[in-house]
Design a protein around this ligand. Sequence first.
Ligand code: FAD
Ligand code: DHB
Length: 388
Amino acid sequence: MRTQVGIIGAGPAGLMLALLLRREGIDAVVLESRSRAYVEQRVRAGLLEQWARDLLVEIGAGDRLQREGMVHDGIRLSCLGRLHAIDFRALVGRTVTIYDQKEVVKDLIALLIERGGEVLFEAEATAVDGITRDAPAIRFRHGGAETTLDCDIVAGCDGFHGIARPAIPDGVLTVYERGYPFGWLGILSESPPPSDELIYAYHERGFALFSMRAPTVSRLYLQCAPDEDVERWSDARIFDELETRLGGSCALARGRVLQKGVTPMRSVVVEPMQHGRLFLAGDSAHIQPPTGAKGMNLAFADVVYLSRALVAHYRQGRSDGLDAYSRTCLDRVWKAQRFSWFMTQLLHRFPDETAFDRRRQLADITYLAGSTAAATALAENYSGLPLA
Ligand code: FAD
Ligand code: DHB
């Protein structure tokens, strides 16, 4: 089997890359280890930056997003029983959209197939060969057979636990990493969210986030131990804790819990994001704590840069875009890492914190609530920095 660009992974990065290339007449094959049903149901992110929403509309995947996505003008910070609004539209003229990542994935798969793109599900990549030669190849297992996909370029869009990053020889990558001593216990609940915008709650018992998936479906998170056992959390205990952490700043409706899970937290960036003919994009190259809602958005930004570089490579025989790929991505990746870290350290409780740290967090939150300059910086980063 042969194609121009072999893409490993049908997550947001791989699917968007395939569509961007298809639009330019560049051939690609996407290999996905899971079934179509599995990737279309996987519970993940929910927030699109303004430019990412615009990109989905521009490539033709925006019909349902425009009907069902919930456009938010800003977020609210809950602290000491009060809600503080940060109005992105007023501060930076941008909005964000709540639309479940699994819906994004469904829309991208449907569009790619409609446009004649090739996605192989239950096709697990097992190795990448020859990345420092002109003709790399991806070995994969599909329908019980071992097959090879020969290509010019390999895009490693296979997430944090994929095989692309480990295919880069030892000593090439520098790994920058930071752990956090907590995780998030997340539920999906059949109940209306407590506010029409997301609430990020600072509380002495820990952070809580009140998000949504539809006007009648809430997505709610609690800061918890990184190895928290969900079985210890009955639905009633989760709602009691969420209500406590809202601190009376508004009322919380309860509903049937549809899904429950714990997400550990880490910041990781590898540099460079390329070796030879293998280019890493999205979670395969970087992950961040979810507090800034950056993961899916960064995955899209990486593949926009990669597709531009590939178009210049195939159309004009230019390699400058591909050579600059890692540098261009990392500039944005580090700004998103910084912002995700900022939101995380602002709102969570840390086991080694001091009374000084708590006072400093409170000062930071009241500064954000009262200063247009501080709120503008948050709004600019949260709603998405412009693409370079
Ligand atoms: P993935 O979505 O992980 O896709 C990789 C794909 O590769 C998968 O389908 C996988 O099955 C496949 N794969 C892996 N190995 C192989 C192999 N060997 N062969 C073939 N295929 C393979 N981000 C946001 O932007 N906003 C948010 O609000 C947000 N909230 C989040 C909340 C939670 C609870 C979590 C867990 C994440 C959140 N994120 C958020 C992060 C976001 O979900 C990820 O950053 C995003 O999925 C990255 O996309 P990706 O395409 O790089 O990787
Ligand atoms: C969601 C997740 C986040 O991490 C975030 O910051 C905002 C929203 C969500 O799942 O809706």
